[in-house]
Design a protein around this ligand. Structure first.
Ligand code: NAD
Ligand code: TDX
Length: 338
């Protein structure tokens, strides 16, 4: 029996939300899920249409009346809904303020009123970045002791939203847990993001695009390990605690791109260097030891090359899922890339 069997999932039609809903429904026959999703460019109702015990409510987390109605009928809220792409935030941050900050405020107000468990899905980007070559142990990996020091408009809104959650825990006894996770990869990720963008570029006859010198490092975790971690937190996490989820897979962007090229039978030099992202964070790395010990959670997708290969195959096999968006995504990128 699951601890919570009526769950409200915000942003459940996006990348990680979809994988979470599919994982929970598959493994828990007693759980019913309501998804609240605005279906922005990043949400896709088709991701969920084959699932029983899932109801999709198309709406905005800023709609306080709708949020109130849904939260009072649930036992737990898992909050994924966000504007999630750094490049978009750099060109138009306003919607990030509205969705990430005000939307989270709307949800926690309802969760505290109805004494509903709340889980906040966060990113390691709230900690800012780490140097490429750490000079002290404190600069080696993020831990729960690291300070929030966001460097981009996106991560600043996520950090701000989390400061609200933490204040609501302290001041109003909000029954919340928090997870900070590193870069996810896997099926259903929007093709604006690094890995699916490059895979779909190659499938579309477009040369992959690498920002700056390609030396920036990301710490990759398979999305199914991430969602299993969130489920472990819901089931066994302590109220008020923050859990770091990561899989010890630090790689620079050039290496990841060359793995994709090689896997898809292309020359390793078959890509373009383009304009760097302004303020581009150098390196992220998560120390998940505490979470592994506290929750008995371990990443299962420990072979990144194999996970990447499965992801490439997913985009090859699901061309109708992404093809209609490809031209628009690339036209938008072309406005700023040289
Ligand atoms: P995504 O962009 O793929 O999906 C976001 C979903 O939220 C979409 O379905 C969208 O329609 C919905 N949404 C947006 N605004 C909304 C609103 N106002 N009301 C209701 N729904 C709305 O994002 P993702 O990559 O799945 O990320 C999910 C969460 O995980 C985000 O909070 C993100 O900050 C966090 N996160 C992402 C990563 C990553 O690597 N992708 C890593 C760590 C944490
Ligand atoms: O075309 C590209 N070329 C490139 O070199 C793109 C789209 C990205 N990059 C680089 C920038 C980053 O160093 O690849 C790296 C990964 O980029 P993104 O996929 O945009 O991810 P990132 O900015 O690291 O943020 C992601 O992880 C943390 C998610 O988008 C966030 O939602 C999450 O919080």
């Amino acid at each position: 029996m699951a601890k919570y069997n009526k769950i409200l999932v915000t942003g459940g039609a996006g990348f990680i939300g979809t994988n979470f809903v599919r994982y929970v429904i598959k493994n828990n026959p007693d759980v019913q899920i309501v998804v609240l999703d605005k279906l922005t460019y990043a949400g896709n109702a088709d991701n969920l249409k084959d699932l029983d015990r899932v109801q999709l409510v198309v709406g905005d987390i800023n709609d306080a009346e709708l949020v109130d109605q849904l939260v009072q009928k649930t036992q737990a809220v898992v909050h994924f809904a966000a504007e999630s792409h750094n490049d978009r935030a750099l060109h138009d941050p306003s919607i990030f303020m509205q969705t990430n900050l005000m939307g989270t405020f709307t949800l926690i107000e309802a969760a505290r009123q109805y004494h509903v468990r709340f889980h906040h899905v966060l990113t390691d980007e709230v900690y800012g970045d780490l140097p490429l070559r750490p000079t002290t142990p404190a600069l080696d990996k993020f831990t729960t002791a690291s300070q929030y020091k966001p460097s981009s408009p996106y991560s600043a809104t996520k950090a701000g939203a989390d400061l609200l959650v933490r204040a609501w825990v302290r001041s109003f006894d909000l029954q919340a847990t928090i997870s900070n996770t590193s870069n996810n990869y896997g099926p259903y990720q929007h093709i604006e993001k690094f890995i699916p963008r490059q895979i779909t570029n190659i499938l579309s006859g477009i040369r992959p695009k690498l920002y700056g010198n390609g030396q920036n490092v990301r710490d990759w975790i398979h999305v199914l390990d991430h969602v299993a971690g969130i489920w472990a937190i819901l089931e066994r996490g302590e109220i008020g605690e923050t859990y770091l989820l990561g899989a010890n897979e630090e790689l620079n962007n050039l290496t990841v791109l060359q793995m994709i090229l090689q896997n898809m039978g292309r020359d390793s030099q078959d890509f373009d260097f383009v304009t760097d992202r302004p303020g581009h964070d150098l390196r992220y790395a998560i120390d998940a030891t505490k979470t592994q010990q506290a929750l008995n959670w371990q990443p299962q997708y420990t072979d990144f090359a194999a996970g990447l290969q499965q992801t490439i195959r997913w985009y090859q096999d699901h061309q109708s899922w992404w093809q209609a968006d490809k031209a628009t995504v690339e036209v938008n990128y072309a406005k700023h890339e040289q």
